[in-house]
Every structure is written in structure tokens, then in C-alpha cells.
Design a binder for this molecule. Structure first.
Ligand code: NAI
Length: 484
């Protein structure tokens, strides 16, 4: 049988595209080598949120007395947290599978390799069987970046060093945890394990955390996380992992691979800071220094799909350089977020179904689910400056919201809004504090629909909610004459 669409990869881009395409009347084959739901559902977004929610409940319980609730000995049962996380993942994976089935998608669990094309279409081999598709969607996602840092590969192999996959399944809480990379994964996992009782140290190459976050928000987050006893070593580039032992840190310094023999269970890393090499010991090391598109070993060359520095370039309809071949999700290396992947998948399917649609990347929200949460959309102060945008900025504490004050005894959350001078259009909204992750979609809508300060002032927000700080912020901009 020749399918209308072959989908390679069953993460958010792949499973949603398969579901929508089948719903639209196309015959669809979905091939997933590991687990339907992909990294997001099985070892990323969802399991990390299950863990972080337990940490949030613990924190609330510990501070219960400030709210008139006495919980004498709140503590975290990590094994129970992991068991619950697994249940959450199972439930959601079952839900995705059920939806695929309901829509008539044929799903195969196995490794798919592209094998060129014939007169009918593109060929995809799974074990000994070859499938043909008139169209193909490559949605193979991303894998952790693991640079050739001495000792890193061996440390991963022997269990010292963990990626997002293993850190979400640790059976025990390590007494000490070193996190390499103060990006999204690093900060979220540092938050959970610090709450669970680990002594956590984050080693970050840059002088700041959170990568492209607005600098002021990143600094506020840093202050909050330090208060939770997370240690940060900034401006420190990790140069070796797990070579030698804490007792003889010199051996950690990148040297001959001879020192690799006899790797001990002590976890030690070396990093360069201010021109000097320092070492740090810890029971486990999380390596969270980014992810890269997963394009190797899937046979892309057999069908002539071009890659560019490991990613598959696409146009705004998800098309690659080959007719009928699309790519969506992390594999295109554009946004590397599950919610972007969903939308990219929909755009591809709409194109296949002959509906007009295209990707717009200007109002994609980003969230870090630490405690406090951080969420943003659009330009930061720094990116606006780089683009030469002339902006007005308003910053307002979340204590302007009655709901926030009612629920936060020690809250230091704030909102920061960037508006283009002249047009008064919103170009960036940044939040740190409770509910930020849930509020940000409203701000994304404002940016997507090109709302101006005056437009937002005329909206009615539910009261009392923390979201009201966005509306309040609008009144901090100079009042212009009311429009006709
Ligand atoms: P990231 O790109 O967010 O952060 C990596 C950090 O590692 C950077 O700050 C970088 O400066 C640092 N780094 C790189 N090499 C280093 C070295 N040798 N020594 C010390 N620091 C070094 O990558 P991360 O956290 O691994 O996340 C990967 C992807 O997963 C991201 O692209 C993100 O989109 C996605 N993700 C999204 C989440 C969310 O939306 N809440 C949650 C988790 C992951």
C-alpha cells in the first residue's frame, strides 16, 4: 500500500501531524523508534512538570505557617514522585495512541530508515519491510549536545553523567548534583533536585543564566534560585568530566586518555574560569548544554534532503528542498519547543490538504517552569536593542495584583512590557512569578494580533488574577489621547 503521508518520528510534531492528516482524510503511517509522544511526553516537558509540581507542593507545605497552615514535617518522597511521574507519562502516551488509532493512523514502533524513492513515492524501511509514501514528514526531533569534552562519553556510559533522560528517572536523590549548563533543562532540574534535598551547583559558561532571557528577568531568577540554596558558578566553561577522583583533582584537567582507566564513582568536573582551571566534585552530573537536530543515520541523503549544520532548513510551510518532503519540530532547528512543533505540524498538514497557512515565529511564548516561573514572548530589552527597535519599557511588581498579594507572602514577581515607540504596539512581555506560564499565552495573543497599549487598556481581565498586572502595566505608559 502507498500511503499519502509517511511520518518519521512520533513526538509532538510527528504525532500531531499524523493525527490531523488522518483526520483530514489522508492515509498516514507513523513510525516511532522509541516511544510515541517523543522526548516531550516521555523524557522532557511532561515528566519534568510532574516532578516540579511535587517540589512546588513541598515548598508550599514548608511555608504553610505563613499562610496559617501548619504542616510540621513536610518532606519529599522522591521514589513516590518518580512513580507518579511514570503514571502521568503512561496516561498521556495512552491518550496519544488512542487518538492516533481513532483517527485511523497506522503506527509502527520501530526504527525507520529512508531508502530513496520509486515512481510511487518515498521509501521508508522498518526492519525488513519497506513502506511507500507520496509525501514524507521528517519529525525526528533533537538529541542532547554532547561535545568532545574529555571524559564526558565515558561518564555518560558509566552513569556519572546524566542527560534529561536519566535525570528524570533517578531512583535516588544524589547528595550533591552538578549541573553543567544554566539553560532551561539545567534550571528546571536544579530546582527540582534542590527541593528534593540535593546540594546543587550549576556551572554555566556565560556570565548569566537562562540563555536568551531578558537580562533583568534572568538576574531576578538567579537571585530567587540562590535563595533556594542553589549555587551558581558563572563564566565557567566545563572542560572535563569524570576523569579521576575528588581526592586528586589534578587528574581531572584534560589530559591523556590514560587517566580514563580506573574512572571511579566520584563525580568530578573541571572548568575554566578567569583563565584558571578549577575542579568540583559531586555525586552526579547533569549535562544540559543544549540540544541539536537529529538528522544523522536516518537516510536523508538517499532522498536528497539538504541539511545545513545538522538541521533541515524549511520554508514557512515546512517544505524542504525536495518535493513532497516536509520537516517540522526540533529537526528544523528553528525554535526547538514542543508548542512550536505542534504549530509547524499543523501548517504542514494544512499545506498537504490544500489549505492556506504559514508559520509565524514572532509571538511564540517561552517558559521556564522553575519556582518562581518565568515566561516571555517577543523581544527582550537586549534583542530589541540589537534589532534597532525604539522601545518604551514599563516594569511593574506583581504586588499590583490583589490575587498575587493574597497568595504570595514573600513574592518578588514582576512584569516587564516593551512597546514600540510611535506605533505603541506591544513587542515583548516578560513575567517572573506565579502563574506566569499560564498568563503568557494572553500576552502572546496581544503580540500576534499586534495590539497597542490602548487596545489592551480596553480589554476586561478577570479579577482578581495575577494576569491583571499586564493590564495595569498599560496604564504606566504615558496616556495618549483616547482614539476615536
Ligand atoms: P540551553 O540551550 O537552554 O542551555 C544550555 C546552556 O549551557 C547555555 O546557557 C550555555 O551557555 C551552557 N553551556 C554550553 N556549553 C557549556 C560548557 N562547556 N560549560 C558550561 N556551560 C555550557 O539547553 P538545555 O537546557 O540543554 O535545553 C535544551 C533544549 O530543550 C532547549 O532548546 C529548550 O528549548 C528545550 N527545553 C525547553 C523547556 C521548556 O520550554 N520549559 C524545558 C526543557 C528543555
Amino acid at each position: 500500500m502507498t500511503y499519502d503521508l509517511l511520518v518519521l518520528g512520533g513526538g509532538p510534531a510527528g504525532y500531531l501531524a499524523a493525527e490531523r492528516a488522518a483526520h483530514g482524510g489522508l492515509s498516514v503511517l507513523l513510525v516511532e523508534k522509541r516511544a510515541v509522544g517523543g522526548v516531550c511526553l516521555n523524557e522532557g516537558c511532561i515528566p519534568s512538570k510532574a516532578l516540579l509540581y511535587s517540589a512546588k507542593i513541598l515548598e508550599q507545605a514548608k511555608h504553610g505557617a505563613s499562610y496559617g497552615v501548619k504542616i510540621p514535617e513536610a518532606s519529599l518522597d522522591h521514589a513516590a514522585v518518580i512513580t507518579r511521574k511514570e503514571k502521568v507519562v503512561r496516561t498521556l502516551v495512552a491518550g496519544v495512541k488512542a487518538k492516533l488509532k481513532k483517527n485511523g493512523v497506522t503506527t509502527i514502533e520501530g526504527e525507520g530508515i529512508l531508502k530513496g524513492r520509486n515512481s510511487e513515492g518515498y521509501l521508508l524501511a522498518v526492519a525488513d519491510t519497506e513502506y511507500v509514501g507520496k509525501n514524507l514528514l521528517v519529525a525526528t526531533g533533537s538529541v542532547p549536545v554532547l561535545p568532545p569534552i574529555p571524559g564526558l562519553k565515558e561518564s555518560i556510559d558509566n552513569g556519572y553523567a546524566l542527560t534529561n533522560r536519566e535525570i528524570l528517572a533517578l531512583k535516588e536523590v544524589p547528595a550533591t548534583l552538578t549541573v553543567i549548563g544554566g539553560g532551561v533543562i539545567g534550571l528546571e532540574m536544579a530546582s527540582y533536585y534542590a527541593a528534593a534535598g540535593s546540594k546543587v551547583t550549576v556551572v554555566e559558561m556565560l556570565e548569566r543564566i537562562g540563555g536568551p532571557l531578558d537580562a533583568e528577568i534572568a538576574e531576578a531568577l538567579l537571585v530567587q534560585l540562590k535563595k533556594k540554596d542553589i549555587t551558581f558558578i558563572l563564566g565557567a566553561k566545563v572542560t572535563a568530566v569524570g576523569l579521576g577522583s575528588a581526592a586528586s583533582p589534578e587528574t581531572v584537567v584534560p589530559s591523556a586518555s590514560a587517566s580514563m582507566t580506573g574512572v571511579t564513582s566520584a563525580s568530578v568536573i573541571a572548568y575554566e574560569k578567569d583563565g584558571r582551571t578549577e575542579t568540583l566534585s559531586g555525586d552526579k552530573v547533569l549535562v544540559s548544554i543544549g540540544r541539536r537536530p537529529n538528522t544523522s543515520g536516518i537516510g536523508l541523503e538517499t532522498i536528497g534532503v539538504e541539511t545545513e549544520r545538522g538541521r533541515i532548513p524549511t520554508d514557512d510551510q515546512g517544505r524542504t528542498n525536495r518535493p513532497g518532503v516536509y520537516a517540522a519540530g526540533d529537526v528544523n532547528g528553528v525554535s526547538m519547543l514542543a508548542h512550536t512543533a505542534y504549530r509547524e505540524a499543523e501548517v504542514v498538514v494544512n499545506h498537504l490538504l490544500g489549505k492556506r497557512d504559514h508559520m509565524r515565529y514572532g509571538a511564540i511564548p517561552a517558559v521556564i517552569y522553575t519556582q518562581p516561573e518565568v515566561a516571555c514572548v517577543g523581544e527582550s530589552t537586549e534583542s530589541a536593542k540589537q534589532k534597532g527597535l525604539d522601545v518604551e519599557i514599563v516594569k511593574l511588581p506583581m504586588t499590583y495584583s490583589g490575587r498575587y498579594v493574597a497568595e504570595n507572602e514573600r513574592g518578588e514577581g514582576f512584569v516587564k512590557v516593551l512597546v514600540e515607540k510611535g506605533s505603541r504596539k506591544l513587542v515583548g512581555v516578560h513575567l517572573i512569578g506565579s502563574y506566569a506560564s499560564e498568563i503568557i499565552y494572553g500576552a502572546a495573543l496581544m503580540l500576534e494580533t499586534e495590539m497597542r497599549v490602548e487596545d489592551v487598556r480596553e480589554l476586561v481581565f478577570p479579577h482578581p488574577t495575577v494576569s491583571e498586572v499586564i493590564r495595569e502595566a498599560m496604564f504606566e505608559f504615558p496616556i495618549h489621547e483616547h482614539r476615536e
